[in-house]
Every structure is written in structure tokens, then in C-alpha cells.
Design a protein. Structure first.
Length: 277
């Protein structure tokens, strides 16, 4: 259970969300990430874009401390100004929403309610157990998070009866209950129909007013106008990084995705205009 005096701690916290310099991550004989360097400042909304197998999943694990880079004297890996975090501390600052956890929760505890999944975030568990003690502050935070994303009506609904869109909103609420400084969203619209995609991204855009958003995707259509920086991965390397208008070009995407692409833009939203033969 989280017992840190967070208000006092956050006053002295660095405003840089991530500081990565020359990081290498290996699985077996090959490198999943090669010489990755990346800085993300607070409220610098960032999209990490790349094809399947480009290294996006490994980069997520660097943020969450699920993997560590190879030791090198010239490497730096800091999240919120520190290179080491406990699980509880890091989850308090960085809300991570992944499809893996979506399906893990459904498989592990399909009968628990949406509220139970949200409030159990305080113990990093899936569901409420006899050893857990929830005070009024935790309960209120969970309810406020559910209200924020418009799912108070799902309070008592079992996870197994939710739609994909409802489950994804529940996971956002679970992250928000801890009031993190940043949200890392891994392919957040996978499995959602068009209406649910639009509704979900509208929620994320609203959250971007006060929280740093780090979006992992292989669809440029998900990169909403508030995103300022785009990081393009290919073969475990950052091949382009900077302002989205400089990175999201037909030339860059054609090289990274291995197909000739023409990019269009409409009202600040990017889309694949056509695939060139």
C-alpha cells in the first residue's frame, strides 16, 4: 500500500518525465533497442510510432522498469529524475494502460466489478482481498476517476459483461485513481469500433490538459492535435524524433513501414492519404 507523503514529494520532483541516453536492450542474441536516446518533458505530449516489431513494446517496458538496459558507462535511464523506483512509487506517478493488462484482468477476475478493478489499483492487484484496507479517500478517488471518464454507471458491472470500450475506460479510471503525473497508453484503440475510438480519444484529449500523454501506436490517425512530439522507431532504433510535422512525412513513414505512403492532414489530424504503388 502507498504511504508516501506525495504532496511534499511532488514539490521536489523533476519536471522531466523521461531521460534516456544511448540505451541498448537485448533479448537473447539480438538487440531489441539500439542506442535509444529520448527526452520527454512534463506536458510534452508524445507519440511513439512504429511498425510491429520496431521496439515499441520494449520501450514501454523501459518506462515501467519491466526491463533494464545493458550497462554502459555512457548510458542514462531516468524516469521522473530517478533511475530506480519501487513498483508502488512508479505506478503512483506513471499510469500505464496496456492491452496485455486488459486481457489479463478479464482472464484473471472476470466476475469482479469495474469499481473493484479501479479501487484495487491502490494495491496493484486485480480485485479486493481480505488483507486490503480501503479508506474513504481511496474509495472517493476511485469514484471520482470513474466519473471523470463517464463510467459511474458501470460501478457494479462485472468485467465479463463490459464491452471493449467500457473495459478500456475502466483501465483509464484505474490509472487515474492514483492521480499520476503522466499516462502511457499502449495501442489504446485496438478492438474499438469507430464511434468508441472517437469517444476514447476525446477523453484522452481532455486529460491532456493536465497530464502528460505518451501514446504508443502504429496508426497515425490516433495522433491527436495536442500531441507535440513524435518518435519514429524502426528496427529498434529511433530513426526520427521531433515536432510531429517534421516526423510524420511520407518519406519517413515509407521507410519505417516498408511501403510507399502519402500522408494527408485535416484539422490537425494526420491520415494515410494513399498507398503508392
Amino acid at each position: 500500500m502507498i504511504t508516501v507523503d506525495w504532496e511534499r514529494y511532488l514539490e521536489n520532483l523533476e519536471t522531466k518525465i523521461a531521460e534516456f541516453k544511448n540505451l541498448f536492450v537485448s533479448y537473447g542474441e539480438g538487440d531489441a533497442l539500439c542506442g535509444v536516446s529520448l527526452d520527454i518533458a512534463e506536458l510534452e505530449h508524445t507519440a511513439i510510432l512504429g511498425a510491429n516489431g520496431s521496439g515499441k513494446s520494449t520501450l514501454i517496458k523501459l518506462f515501467s522498469n519491466d526491463v533494464y538496459p545493458r550497462f554502459r558507462a555512457d548510458s542514462v535511464k531516468k524516469v521522473f529524475g530517478r533511475d530506480r523506483w519501487s513498483v508502488f512509487e512508479l505506478k503512483r506517478l506513471l499510469g500505464i494502460v496496456t492491452n496485455d493488462f486488459h486481457y489479463y484482468a478479464l482472464h484473471t477476475a472476470p466476475q469482479i466489478s469495474c469499481f473493484e478493478l479501479v479501487v484495487s489499483s491502490f494495491y496493484s492487484s486485480v480485485g479486493i482481498f481480505d488483507s486490503h484496507e480501503y479508506d474513504e479517500t481511496m474509495v472517493e478517488a476511485a469514484r471520482a476517476a470513474m466519473e471523470r471518464v463517464g463510467i459511474l454507471d458501470l460501478t457494479d458491472k462485472p468485467l465479463c459483461e463490459t464491452s471493449t470500450g467500457q473495459m478500456r475506460k475502466t483501465l483509464i479510471a484505474r490509472a487515474l485513481a492514483l492521480n499520476p503525473k503522466a499516462l502511457l497508453l499502449d495501442e489504446p484503440t485496438v478492438g474499438l469500433d469507430i464511434g468508441a475510438q472517437i469517444e476514447f480519444l476525446d477523453i484522452v484529449r481532455d486529460l491532456a490538459k493536465e497530464k502528460t500523454i505518451i501514446l504508443i501506436t502504429h496508426h497515425i490517425e490516433e495522433i491527436f492535435p495536442e500531441i507535440q512530439k513524435v518518435v519514429l522507431l524502426d528496427g529498434g532504433k529511433i530513426v526520427s524524433c521531433g515536432a510531429k510535422e517534421d516526423v510524420i512525412t511520407g518519406g519517413n513513414l515509407s521507410k519505417a513501414f516498408g511501403v510507399s505512403i502519402e500522408v494527408g492532414i485535416d484539422n490537425g489530424r494526420y491520415y494515410i492519404k494513399r498507398l503508392l504503388g
